[in-house]
Design a protein. Structure first.
Length: 385
């Protein structure tokens, strides 16, 4: 996760020094308009191809240029696709971190994750979402659109629309958990707002598809926008610089709650894999544990992998453990070569029911779930390593 010089040192946690010493200031001084370099042989898949990406009004501070190309790779979000040698129908949208200030270099999180996951037979789409000066709700719109886009193009890429996941690192974990807690079953009326998160302007056929990922994986994630740890007035909980970029310094309580994903978990939130280290000095680990506890309280399946001594660094990511979890969840089920795709594409038992009546956010009900454990549930030994 990046730390911009404008924020300086963050007091007793010493985040600036930690970021510098561990090489986590990924592009902190890079120009805001600098795009991610596309690896040779790859092409950008623009989420709003042939259109301008939607922009919230009134324009936020720093968003003054509204006369740009529809292929501007900074102002228009896009995906990079990575094809597995032996695809099994699963897809993962990989979301790099960067503190909402910029994106971490492809080589630190995105591409290594893509290379590992394609080895598991998973088709990967790395998401280039909008960062500073684009605060809330742009990253939310971008990841929702990414899920819809992959689902809408599932047949083209040989993807099972019931096995699409999101994998987010650091601030990308906030983006991923936003997708998992702010979703709908697809556009039902092009002339009406189908939920509080719908982007303005004309909709298209991609918007007919659900924005709900089938599973989520978070690596040393940022998940909250609550400024201080509960019961304190100076012990920082949210990652301060990223919070400031995303919702500003004077956000309403309503906006803070809406963007704090541990407060938005429901029984319809998809199953989760959460991986963090005990020595993370950049993002408070309460971001992980509070989100885990909220999932458990709602009866949502969650697997945690806690790395003793692990820091805010890609080396903490345990993607082999993620593979095991995905396999046990049925997400790595192979596509049969005899054409019996429907049988092999049967959704896992915990999949979201699209045939149920949606709630006010367009989310279908899922019944028969047991209540989760108490919010103070402790990490089990088997969940740690």
């Amino acid at each position: 996760m990046n730390v911009s010089a404008v924020f300086g040192v963050r007091g007793s946690r010493g985040l600036w020094a930690v970021a510098v010493s561990t090489g986590l200031v990924c592009g902190a001084f890079a120009p805001v308009t600098e795009a991610q370099t596309v690896p040779q042989g790859k092409s950008r898949l623009f989420l709003w191809s042939g259109r301008y990406a939607p922009v919230a009004r009134p324009l936020g501070a720093g968003i003054s240029d509204t006369t740009y190309s529809k292929t501007d790779s900074v102002r228009n979000p896009w995906l990079l696709e990575y094809t597995p040698a032996n695809p099994n129908g699963a897809a993962m949208i990989v979301i790099p971190g960067g503190g909402y200030d910029n994106l971490s270099p492809w080589g630190s999180e995105g591409v290594p994750a893509a290379n590992t996951l394609t080895g598991f037979g998973v088709r990967v789409f790395i998401l280039r979402y909008r960062v500073r000066p684009y605060g809330y709700p742009h990253a939310m719109w971008d990841v929702q659109r990414a899920v819809r886009w992959v689902r809408a193009n599932a047949a083209t890429y040989g993807v099972d629309p019931n096995r699409i996941g999101v994998l987010g690192y650091s601030a990308g974990g906030h983006v991923a958990s936003t997708a998992a807690t702010h979703f709908d079953a697809g556009l039902t009326d092009s002339n009406a707002a189908n939920g509080p998160h719908w982007y303005p302007g004309p909709k298209d056929s991609i918007d007919l598809f659900s924005s709900r990922p089938n599973f989520q994986a978070l690596i040393y994630p940022m998940t909250t926008m609550v400024r201080y740890r509960p019961g304190t007035t100076n012990d920082e909980y949210a990652y301060g610089p990223g919070r400031t970029i995303y919702i500003g310094t004077n956000a309403s309580t309503q906006l803070v709650d809406y963007t704090s994903n541990e407060k938005q978990v429901t029984a319809q939130t998809p199953p989760a894999f959460i991986n963090w280290g005990t020595a993370d000095n950049l993002v408070d680990t309460l971001n992980s544990t509070a989100y885990r506890d909220s999932l458990r309280a709602k009866g949502v399946p969650v697997k945690t992998v806690v790395v003793t001594g692990g820091g805010h660094d890609p080396s903490t990511a345990k993607l082999d453990s993620l593979r095991v979890w995905m396999n046990l969840g049925g997400y790595l089920t192979s596509i049969r070569a005899d054409g019996a795709r429907k049988a092999r594409f049967k959704a896992p038992a915990h999949a979201w029911r699209l045939d149920a009546a949606p709630d006010a956010l367009g989310r279908a009900a899922r019944t028969g779930r047991a209540a989760g454990p108490a919010l103070n549930a402790q990490i089990k030994t088997k969940d740690s390593e």
